[in-house]
Structure formats: C-alpha cells, structure tokens
Design a protein around this ligand. Sequence first.
Ligand code: GAP
Length: 449
Amino acid sequence: MDSSVTMEKIVSLAKRRGFVFQSSEIYGGQSGAWDYGPMGVELKNRIQRFWWKEMTQLHDDIVGLDAAILMHPRVWEASGHVENFTDPLVDCKKCKQRFRADQIDQEKLAKKICPECGGELTDTRKFNLMFKTNIGPVDDGSGLLYLRPETAQGIYVNYKNIIQSNRMKIPFGIAQVGKAFRNEIVTKNFIFRTCEFEQMEMQYFVKPGEDEKFFTYWREQRWAYYQKLGVRMDKLRWHQHGPDELAHYAKDAYDIEYEFPMGFKELEGVHNRTNFDLTRHQQFSGKDLQYIDQENGNERYLPFIIETSAGLTRQLLMVLCDSYEDQKVADKGTDDDWRTVLHFHPTLAPITVAVLPLMKKDGLAELAQDIRQELKEEFATDYDQGGAIGRRYRRQDEVGTPFCVTVDYQTKEDGTVTVRFRDSMEQIRVPRAELETTLKQAIKDFKRA
Ligand code: GAP
C-alpha cells in the first residue's frame, strides 16, 4: 500500500465515513457546493468552537457578532466589491473551457492559445465574483441584493453599535463566523475553493499609527493558534503579498499557507486594511463613523483595522489532510497490515470516546451501554458492538476517535475497563470510577503523534 496522502484518498474517506458529500449528488452534483455529513458537521462545529474560544474567551477585548448575509446593496459599492472584486477570465472558443487568466501559462495567454486543447482564447475580461439575487416579488433590478462575499462588512457597519452597546474602547476586536459566497470560476481540489463556504473573521480596531504594531501582534497570535490546534508546523509557512497580489483594501497582507497534497496554498490571511473600509462607509452612508476617544480629550479619528480572515471549510480540509495517515501496523503481507487513522486533536474529534463490549452476550452489551450513558454528559460518545474488536478499533481510527473503552469479562469481575489510545494503540486498564478523569487528563496531555 502507498502511504502518501493524496486528495483522492481524502475525498474517498470523507465520503465513506460521512464527513463531506457532493451537493445534490443524486442529480449529478452541484459544482462549487458540498454537504457536511454527521462526522463533517461535528468536525466543522468543533473547529469553529476552537477558533471562537481562542478569539473571544481568551482575548478580553474581542466580542462576537452574527450579522445577516443579506445586506444593503450600497455596502458593496462602498466596500469596493462592485467595482474591484473581479477575476480576469478567458474562454476557449474551441473546447469551451473557462480559465482564470492569472492562473494559466502567461506565454500561451499572450498568444491566445488554450492551455488544454490549443484552440483560440477570447480576450481577457473582468468577471465579478459576487452572486446577485433579488428581494421582493418583482425581478426588475430594483430589488438587487448580493450574497456577501466576505463576512467582514457586517462587522464594519455594526462597529458603532457595538462600541455603544458594549462600551468598547480602542483597541478592540469583533469576531464573526458565517457563510460567504463567491462565483468562483475554477472550483477544484474538493472543498478548498468553493462557491459557498464559511469564514471565521476577526476585525481589530486600532488607533492610526498603531496598526503596524498590531499587525505584527496578530500574525504572531494566528501562528500560535495553529500550534495549539496540533497542526504539523513544518507544513505551514508565511507568504507576504507582493504589490500585484494585494486586495484593493489592503496596505499589507500575509497569508499563512499550508502544504496541501496539491502544494502550498493559502489557509488564512492577516491584512492591514487601514481605515479604507470605514472611510468608504462614512462617505457612502453619510454617517459619522469616527471613534471618540474620551480618555484623550475626545480626540476623533477613523480607526485602522487589522483583519484575521480564515476559511472554516478550508481549515477543515487542512485538518483532514494534516491528520490523515495510512500506517503500517503489522507485517503479514495482507491488507490488514495497514490502518487508516486520523490523528485529530481530541477537542476536534467528532467522537471522543467509543465504548465497545468485547461480546454482545453475557451482559457485556448492557454493561457497556451503561458506561456509555455515564460518559455522555462529558464526552461525545459512540457505541459499537458489531464485528471483531480489531475491526471496530479500525473503524474508530478512520474517523479519528482518540479513545476506545473496551468492556470485557474482567469488567464484570473487578469493574475495570480497557482504554485504548488511537495514536500509540497502547492499552491500559482503568477502574470504571477513574475513567472520566483518565480521559480528561489524556485530552489535556495530548501531543500530535
Ligand atoms: N475579508 C477578507 C477576505 O475575505 P480572502 O483572502 O478573500 O479575504 C479569506 O479570504 C479566507 O477565506 C481565505 O484565506 C480562505 O481560507 C477562505 N476562502 C476564500 N475564498 C474561498 C473559497 N472560494 N472557498 C473556500 N474558502 C475560501
């Protein structure tokens, strides 16, 4: 067996074990959209909670927001998205394929040669990535709305509400998780680039002149986050945007890139957005968006904004790739020599503890159910009594369950159970009464294998 991590293996496991399904699969699938199954939704929720705790609970000066997806259309004029949120697009007149002009061989582009079939390419034209929709019963353009392409704008238009309702003082941040939509021309690599996705964004408002200090601070914070998440840090690197890569709102920007099976790709961005957004919203709305610094003689200014912008669904793909391993565990020359294991951090694992009776008979199943019932309040549990115990361990390894608790005849005699650790496959015997504390300690002590 080949032990390399490929996108094909990730996609196959994701479907087989209920992490991610193709959207509308029975109709042939909808490109750019994916559905998260029982394991996927748990993993996604846990990544979101991990991020939310990191950004809000562990930072006293950051509060949360959940703004609507549908916003006033002027928001997107002010933000610059109507004018600037475009990709350069070319079509092949022969094979009808569509390409992003900045992502194909530039020599071929200059000669208008299709990189796939050698046919003739059209001129490059700008293509706006925002999805349009219509509010109200008449579709005559008067009810034009956009599906938000980033969650950030919901924060900017609410920043004064939040200062007033929560007595926030600069510097402070606002965090938000939610859906974003982009009419991406090329959606490939599974859930890496999709038309519907989720973002986890935090906007940090600072005094002009202090932006560079906080830009450095947030780069350090975001790097430390991935360390905590248990990611292999040698798979991460920084990439600073060159002048031609900078978004229309950014003065400086760094991406954290992860080495996916298809190479190093953007995972999250840290941006110095200056006071671009608030200046524009002040201009377009006619409302005074200046901050009044009461501690400094009512000094007024438009704050600068440092943004940390992570894709939740992209982070889920990263976590899957980072934790995936085809591991050789025996040498008998059969398929059983190998196991597929997801080395999730226990706080991210969809199932934390699986309770397995060695046999269904002799009261072991009832005893195991009873133990599961006890653990349910504290942990996400699963119960599995079907098939040989080795096969059941393998099934749990494949969805990244860090602990299996096995109930056997000895449990009936002396009240002890076996705890089996996913990564080391080590097994220890623990009295039932100490099970909860043992598991909690193991979660605290977890280190990536
Ligand atoms: N508010 C700033 C902003 O949206 P971005 O670099 O366009 O910046 C931030 O997007 C993050 O959102 C990216 O680093 C990526 O993780 C995620 N993202 C962007 N477009 C995506 C797409 N089409 N599919 C999945 N994730 C996407």
